[in-house]
Design a protein around this ligand. Structure first.
Ligand SMILES: Nc1ncnc2c1ncn2[C@@H]1O[C@H](COP(=O)(O)OP(=O)(O)O)[C@@H](O)[C@H]1O
Ligand SMILES: [Mg+2]
Length: 407
C-alpha cells in the first residue's frame, strides 16, 4: 500500500494519466508485504488484517508524538513553490505546515531518509522513501521501517533496508544475466550516482537505488509455488485462488502442482490488497499486457525457485511489480524477492499441514500476537525482537547470495 501522498505522486508525477487512473479502491491485502509481498508472506494481510482505522504512514508517525498520530504526510517544501507541479493532495495541505525533516534515526535504524537537499521527496511507502532526481530518474531509499499486518511500527530494524536493497540488486542482476526481463535499476552504487545523491552518501550508502522512473502497472504480480496465507484461506473457502481451481485436499503449505499467478490490486494507504482474477487484470491492462505480466512473473519465480533450491530454500510465494518505461517497455520495478515480499522456507523440516519456519518477520508477528496487537495502533518493538529479525534477514541473504550484506 502506498501512502496517500505517494498515491497522489504516482498519479501526478510518476505516471501522468496512465494506467493507474482506474486504480480501484483496494480492499484488502493478501500477499503480505511479503509479507507485504505475496502476501507475502509475512504479514498476511489478507486474512488477518483489516484495520478499521489504519495507521498513518511512517512519515506521519515519525513527526508525531505517540499519542498523536495524525499529522499529514511529509511534503518537501519545494513542492508547493514549484508552479508547474500539481497541488498536493488535500491530506498534505490541510494540516499544519510540515517543516523540512532531517533524516530520522532511532537506535541505529533509519526511520525516514527525510529531506535530502536537491532531491524532491515524492512520497513514502511503508518501507521506502521515493525522491525525484530528474524527470526520468528516481532515487528509492529503503529505510529500516518495518510493518506487520500492514501497520508500520514506531521503531525500525537497524540494517533491514540495506538487506532488502542489496538482495533486490542480487536478483535484478541475475535476471539481467539470464536475459529474463529488463529492470529499472541504473545503479545502486552511490559513487556512480549524480552529485546531488552523492552529497547524501552517509544516508544512502547500501540502501538506495537510482532507478528509471516507471509508470507502475496497477496490479501486484503474486506467484505462489506453495499454498499458504490468504491463498490457503481462499482455497479453504471456495477451492480456488483468484479463480484458479485447485486440486481437492490440499493442506496448508502444500506444494502446488505448478506455480500459479494470483494477482492482486495495489491498495491505497491504509487499505489491503485484494486478490483478483486474471480476467480482472485483463480488464485493467488489456489481454496482451496482462498475459505478459503473468508470463514474466512466473518465469522470474521459477528462476528464483531454481536458484534457491540447491541452497536448501523453498520460495513459497512472492510479489513483484512491473511498470512501463519511457519507451513503453515492460520492466520489473520496486523491490523483488526480498524476505519482505516473499516467503522463504528452509527445505529442511518442511512439512505441509503446519506453519513453516520462515526467514522473515516471524519474530515480529509472534511478539505482536503475544501482546495482543490490535492490528492498527503502531507500537515500538523490543530490542530482542529487532535483533532476531535482522538475524533472520541477514541469514537468508547469506544463504541466497553466498555473501554478507554490507550493513
Ligand atoms: N521504478 C519505479 N518508478 C516508479 N515507482 C516505483 C518504481 N519502483 C517502485 N516504485 C513504487 O515505489 C513504492 C515503493 O515503496 P514501498 O515502501 O515498497 O511501498 P508499499 O507500501 O506500497 O509497499 C511503490 O509504490 C512502488 O510502486
Ligand atoms: Mg513495497
Amino acid at each position: 500500500m502506498a501512502s496517500k501522498f505517494l498515491d497522489w505522486a504516482t498519479k501526478n508525477l510518476l505516471c501522468g494519466s496512465g494506467a493507474n487512473e482506474d486504480k480501484p479502491a483496494a480492499v484488502e491485502a493478501p500477499p503480505a508485504e511479503a509479507s507485504d509481498a505475496a502476501e507475502p508472506a509475512a504479514d498476511e494481510p489478507t486474512a488477518e488484517a483489516a484495520p478499521a482505522d489504519p495507521a498513518p504512514p511512517a512519515a506521519a508517525v515519525a513527526s508525531a508524538d505517540a499519542e498523536d498520530l495524525t499529522p499529514p504526510p511529509p511534503v518537501n517544501d519545494t513542492a508547493d513553490a514549484d508552479a508547474d507541479i500539481p497541488s498536493p493532495p488535500l491530506s498534505a495541505i490541510d494540516g499544519p505546515a510540515v517543516p523540512a525533516m532531517s533524516s530520522k534515526w532511532d537506535g541505529g535504524a533509519l526511520i525516514e531518509a527525510g529531506e535530502l537537499e536537491g532531491l524532491r521527496l515524492l512520497g513514502q511507502g511503508k518501507v521506502r522513501d521515493l525522491y525525484e532526481v530528474d524527470e526520468q530518474t528516481l532515487l528509492i531509499v529503503s529505510t529500516d521501517r518495518i510493518s506487520a499486518f500492514d501497520v508500520v511500527m514506531l521503531n525500525g530494524v537497524p540494517g533491514k533496508g540495506k538487506v532488502l536493497n542489496q538482495l533486490t540488486q542480487h536478483w535484478l542482476s541475475l535476471f539481467e544475466k539470464q536475459g529474463l526481463v529488463p529492470h529499472h535499476l541504473i545503479t545502486a552504487d552511490v559513487a556512480e550516482m549524480p552529485e546531488v545523491c552523492r552529497a547524501h552518501a552517509s544516508v544512502l550508502e547500501g540502501r538506495s537505488m537510482l532507478v528509471k522512473k516507471l509508470q507502475m502497472l496497477p496490479v501486484e504480480a503474486v506467484v505462489r509455488g506453495y499454498i499458504t496465507g490468504s491463498g490457503f484461506k481462499d482455497y479453504t473457502a471456495n477451492g480456488s485462488i483468484c479463480g484458479i481451481t485447485l486440486p481437492e485436499g490440499l493442506q496448508n503449505c502444500d506444494r502446488l502442482p505448478e506455480p500459479i499467478f494470483t494477482p492482486s490490486t495495489k491498495a491505497d494507504y491504509g487499505e489491503h490488497d485484494e486478490n483478483i482474477s486474471i480476467e480482472k487484470v485483463i480488464e485493467k491492462l488489456g489481454e496482451e499486457q496482462a498475459r505478459a505480466v503473468e508470463a514474466k512473473a512466473l518465469s522470474l519465480y521459477k528462476a528464483v525457485a531454481e536458484f534457491a533450491a540447491p541452497r536448501g530454500i523453498l520460495v513459497a510465494d512472492t510479489k513483484m511489480e512491473f511498470g512501463l518505461d519511457a519507451e513503453g517497455q515492460m520492466v520489473i520495478g520496486d523491490e523483488c524477492f526480498t524476505p519482505d515480499c516473499s516467503r522463504y522456507w528452509p527445505a529442511e523440516g518442511y512439512e505441509p499441514g503446519k506453519e513453516q519456519d520462515s526467514f522473515d518477520k516471524q519474530y515480529v508477528r509472534n511478539y505482536l500476537t503475544e501482546v495482543k496487537f490490535d492490528k492498527k495502533t503502531p507500537l515500538a518493538l523490543p530490542e530482542e525482537v529487532l535483533k532476531k529479525t535482522i538475524e533472520k534477514y541477514t541469514q537468508i541473504f547469506s544463504i541466497l547470495t553466498g555473501t554478507e550484506p554490507k550493513l
